[in-house]
Design a protein around this ligand. Structure first.
Ligand code: COA
Length: 260
């Protein structure tokens, strides 16, 4: 698959997607989003990829938001389609069925913060910053920020970011639960890959069911959520990896998961 705005590599079952417009701080233009959607669709059906890392090219930025030169041209109708397109692609990332880790290596602003929010886990470099600065442009987050940020962190902190439009440091993001962990800049990728490797060695169907069940907590009431959890728990009992994991424990040996 050829890309103009992305880099993609697969190593040890870890797929790494790099947003690659460093001269524009990896701002999301339409072409980049089209490529990202195509890639995410292909990763969904690629069993070789068990874990995904998303990061940004260059020293400064993860993603500095939607491309403001495209944003500036939008009519009301275009703007709706623009938001729905970004939302659709980010929802595909969230519902990929395999763990997606954002390695936030710099600015995660606007659509960049929203991209990180659509990932399941956010690791950040100490030099990273997060923000939803859309109000400063006379608009609001359109790629899921008003929904995912308010669900992830307490709503007062989310609104402080969405209304104030200021950037917050990686440390502050950590303190409000927006970043899972913060590493020194040079440690970010090694630590992210180390964690991804740990996940890639786990039974993929169990990870898939765990993601589906946990993400459903955003949408379902507790009874429906518990019901869904029980259904997925039951499905897991039918997998080869469940038999292998439980047998290995009882036989005091290391499990050899086959992904079935
Ligand atoms: N859309 C389009 N281009 C962008 C961009 C965006 N979201 N963010 C940065 N760029 C471009 C700049 O226009 C500049 O391009 P140029 O060299 O052709 O002039 C290049 O990336 C470098 O950015 P610059 O502003 O010079 O870097 P900086 O280090 O001085 O500032 C930021 C970095 C992130 C603070 C600043 O670029 C910024 O505020 N970006 C917009 C963030 C934003 O509002 N995002 C939400 C959009 S909805």
């Amino acid at each position: 698959m050829e890309f103009q705005y992305l880099l993609f590599s697969v190593e040890n079952n870890i797929g790494t997607i790099t947003m690659n417009r460093p001269d524009k701080l990896n701002a999301l233009n339409g072409g980049l989003l089209d490529e990202l959607e195509r890639l995410v669709d292909s990763i969904k059906n690629n069993n070789e990829v068990r874990v995904v890392i998303i990061t940004g090219a260059g020293e400064k930025s993860f993603v500095a938001g939607a491309d403001i030169s495209e944003l500036a041209q939008l009519s009301v109708t275009d703007a709706k389609a623009f938001a729905l397109k970004g939302q659709r692609i980010f929802s595909k990332i969230e519902s990929l069925g395999k763990p997606v880790i954002a390695a936030v290596n710099g600015f995660a602003l606007g659509g960049g913060c929203e991209l990180a929010l659509a990932c399941h886990i956010r690791f950040a470099s100490a030099t990273a910053s997060f923000g939803q600065p859309e109000v400063n442009l006379g608009t609001i987050p359109g790629y899921g920020g008003t929904q995912r940020l308010t669900r992830l962190v307490n709503s007062g902190r989310a609104l402080e970011m969405i209304l104030g439009g200021d950037r917050i440091s990686a440390q502050e993001a950590l303190s409000i639960g927006l970043a899972n962990k913060v590493f020194e800049k040079e440690e970010l990728m090694p630590k992210t890959v180390e964690f991804a490797q740990k996940l890639a060695a786990k039974p993929p169907l169990a990870l898939n069911y765990a993601l589906d069940a946990a993400l459903a907590a955003n949408d379902l009431n507790i009874e429906a959520g518990l019901d869904f959890e029980a259904a997925l728990f039951a499905l897991s009992a039918g997998t080869g990896d469940f038999k292998e994991g439980t047998s290995a424990f009882l036989e005091k040996r290391k499990a050899e998961f086959k992904g079935n």
